[in-house]
Design a protein around this ligand. Sequence first.
Ligand code: PLP
Ligand code: SF4
Length: 366
Amino acid sequence: MENLSSVSATPGPFWNDWRWQMKNRITDAAGLATYISLTSQQAEEIDQCLRQFRMAVTPYYASLMDPVNQSCPIRRQAVPATAETHLAPYELRDPLAEENSSPVPNLVHRYPDRVLLLATHMCSMYCRHCTRRRLVGQEDRAITLAELERVVAYIEANSQIRDVLISGGDPLCMGDAIVERIVARIRRIAHVQVIRIGTRVPVVMPMRITSNLLSMLKKYQPIWINTHFNHPRELTDKARAACAAIVDAGIPLGNQSVLLKGINDDAETMKQLLLSLVQARVRPYYLYQCDLSQGLSHFRTPVSKGVEIIQALTGNISGYAIPKFVIDAPGGGGKIPIGPEYVVAVEPDRLVLKNYAGDLFYYPNI
Ligand SMILES: *Cc1c(COP(=O)(O)O)cnc(C)c1O
Ligand code: SF4
């Protein structure tokens, strides 16, 4: 088989410029071949998948891929696989029924006190396991001013909303001025207490976390950020520096991972990931069961796998290193925590409890 190329691309003078990273994203098999070795058959398969789901990989993230190992956890999150075109019967286009909980375009209102604002469909890298793959990457457009005003009018009319989560897509793919327009407008709503930003840029394009961005965001505190590390190898020096800068700006930083088969579905890898996050001052928040989005069967593990991993870690590593394992219920039920069970029995006057080591204890239930 012909080997297209195995020459590794080396960082150039613009490597640390996020706009250069955005402009030079890899979008086809020929581009990938400067980072990883691909047979012509693999290249053809990739281009085939791209007719259904788009690819974009920042040069930075591509440089973390193992050039030869096809099961490299970085590579599997970024490079399309033929398995994506296989649809399982229980898979759904919109598994979280977000379109039914959307009172105005670009907004999902599922919980009483908080909303999800989809600020763009663009991302710096299109994760192969993305829940919103039906939308993400289809259109490179940010929310317009008129759309933002409709969202704001809805939030203003619903005074129970105290927490606005700005996500997408990845809102930090947009320039500072557009991000500021959105954040500043939301901040002017009197009853909004907390603004959250969901972004994967600390992982896939850490140079986006500039001092300009952070000094702008600091004006609109309290802001919280959640990012999306899935594997310990993603915590490079650059990624850790981006996390430190966010935390130094007074912005609490959390992490949401997705449980992915062959990437992080074993207790040892997950432990390394969680401990590395805590060392990088990032608080593990959620571990998601992989959603029922279409073409993700090759990433999905049984639910029991996640429970097993959380059980193996609970008690053995610091409590704040352990995320909540959740299933985002199909049909729009929201996130449901699925934990190992520590209550063995409920008797009329006492509980039978099991600790992390499996020892039994009684506690009066009065
Ligand atoms: C996840 C999510 C939120 C935020 O939920 P938290 O549990 O508070 O992090 C809000 N709205 C929607 C639609 C969500 O999916
Ligand atoms: S960054 Fe988030 S929204 Fe964008 S492709 Fe990845 S998982 Fe999807």
